[in-house]
Design a protein around this ligand. Structure first.
Ligand code: NDP
Length: 439
């Protein structure tokens, strides 16, 4: 806190990890002796840059650009780019820090990094989005590469933005390689990458529930957000025979007791780029509640009675009061598609209550794992079928669950997947750091 003042989200993420690691440090002093955590909280490299561009009215706009290369111990820096007005150093650092352990949990050779900008894509024309992406890449291109740092999407960065950034990267470097993941299927993307984070998050929930002899079939589910992760969480929930009944965006939420109309949701969000409030124009029985009507300090979506909840929008969208309300109404499972969506108090409550709680760094790791599968396909110049990639994703999520749950059991807290995920992820990076020496 002394050396990184004001970076609240980063402090929150590091405190959660530190707390979980105490039993490991007690049992194995080697990690403290090697100052692994002291080294890991300091990014290997932080790149902060100006992004100047001209909007449609001819006015000059200036934004901040970030790429924080946290750890290359296990492979090239890997992690998404976020375009959202709330982006600052503390947010990119929390995301990059979590990414180290998440990527370690996949068992694949990927290091951790994250980047983005305080640019707000909302209300911008397609041309403005392209201009911004090109300006952003005119600096970032010199820092990234297929074997050094491989960015992907995150909030506000989807297939369209990756396309504009890759186009500029290719022009500036004269290279056509797998430096980005989340690319279009027409020019190097992987089948099932778009679906991977949401699908993986539901696979993780399935694993947690199977261990308790339960399933998602016929269960009411609530999913926050309505972006990439939320949409494909809803799709996989339908595949599992569950009933997703609610989702949200930053302006409000919808409750559709008959089940979310997925085709309508995709059309509104992926094609029309419309607000979620439009949904009720087409589905008369659904109810829209704007954020202005939420109870003070609360996210109303967590008051809807459900069996399983999938926070898939953003950080700190679920606090202790929300957590209590969820469980009071019968919720038995929380699987996090978003990064750090629950406050630390809410996380502690879920763990105390011993529900099936999958923290983001384990439950949403399917996205980055499939990005690595995209890198593997690009490097070997082959393409796998949707079924092949999806089968690998399902297996990776099962492996992550097994690693997390056996580690939790090893430390005497078999239902504490926060402890299991943090220790399992940390241990893989830490052991590699010790072998690679002090650098
Ligand atoms: P998208 O931009 O596709 O969607 C984000 C959704 O969350 C939108 O519905 C958005 O609403 C809502 N949202 C964003 N910020 C806020 C906010 N401050 N308050 C309320 N709602 C908000 O992003 P993704 O679906 O890709 O990402 C969602 C989460 O998943 C993030 O935490 C991300 O880090 C995490 N994640 C994503 C991965 C991926 O592969 N894409 C991989 C692993 C984690 P609105 O449109 O109104 O802003």
């Amino acid at each position: 806190k002394r050396t990184s003042p004001g970076q609240e989200e980063f402090h929150q993420a590091t405190e959660e990890v530190l707390h979980s690691l105490e039993p490991l440090f007690e049992k194995y002093p080697i990690y403290k002796e090697n100052k692994i955590l002291d080294r890991l909280v300091e990014p290997e490299r932080q790149i902060l840059f100006r992004v100047a561009w001209v909007d449609d009215s001819g006015e000059i706009q200036v934004n901040k650009g970030y790429r924080i290369e946290f750890s290359s111990t296990l492979g090239p820096y890997k992690g998404g780019l976020r375009f959202h007005p709330s982006v600052n150093t503390g947010i990119i650092k929390f995301l990059g820090f979590e990414q180290i352990f998440k990527n370690a949990l996949t068992g694949l050779q990927i290091g951790g990094g994250k980047g983005g900008s305080d640019f707000d894509p909302k209300g911008k024309s397609d041309r403005e989005i392209m201009k911004f992406c090109q300006a952003f890449m005119s600096e970032l291109y010199r820092h990234i590469g297929a074997t050094t740092d491989v960015p992907a999407g995150d909030i506000g960065v989807g297939g369209r933005e990756i396309g504009y950034m890759f186009g500029m990267y290719k022009k500036l470097t004269n290279r056509y390689d797998g430096t980005f993941t989340g690319k279009s299927l027409k020019w190097g993307g992987s089948l099932a990458r778009t679906e991977a984070t949401g699908y993986g998050c539901v696979y993780f929930a399935k694993n947690m529930l199977e261990a308790k002899g339960e399933t998602l079939k016929d269960k009411r589910c609530v999913v926050s957000g309505s972006g990439n992760v939320a949409i494909y969480t809803i799709e996989k929930l339908y595949h599992m025979g569950a009933l997703p009944i609610a989702c949200s965006d930053s302006a409000g939420m919808i409750l559709d007791e008959e089940g979310i109309d997925l085709n309508l949701l995709k059309d509104l969000k992926e094609n029309q780029r419309a607000r979620l409030s439009e949904y009720v124009k087409y589905r008369k029985n659904a109810k829209y509640t704007p954020v202005t009507e939420y109870p003070k300090g609360r996210n109303a979506i967590w008051s809807i009675p459900c069996y399983a909840a999938f926070p898939s929008a953003t950080q700190n969208e679920l606090n202790l009061e929300d957590a209590k309300e969820l469980l009071k109404n019968g919720c038995k499972c929380v699987s996090e598609g978003a990064n750090m969506p629950s406050t630390n108090e809410a996380v502690d409550y879920f763990v105390e209550q011993k529900i099936a709680y999958g923290p983001g760094k384990a439950a949403n790791a399917g996205g980055v794992a499939t990005s690595q599968l995209e890198m593997a396909q690009n490097a070997s110049m082959v393409s796998w079928t949707f079924e092949e990639v999806d089968a690998k994703l399902e297996q990776i999520m099962r492996n992550i669950f097994e690693s997390v749950s056996t580690t939790a059991a090893e430390f005497g807290q078999p239902t504490n997947f926060v402890l299991g995920a943090n220790i399992a992820g940390f241990r893989r990076v830490a052991d590699a750091m010790i072998e690679q020496g002090i650098v």
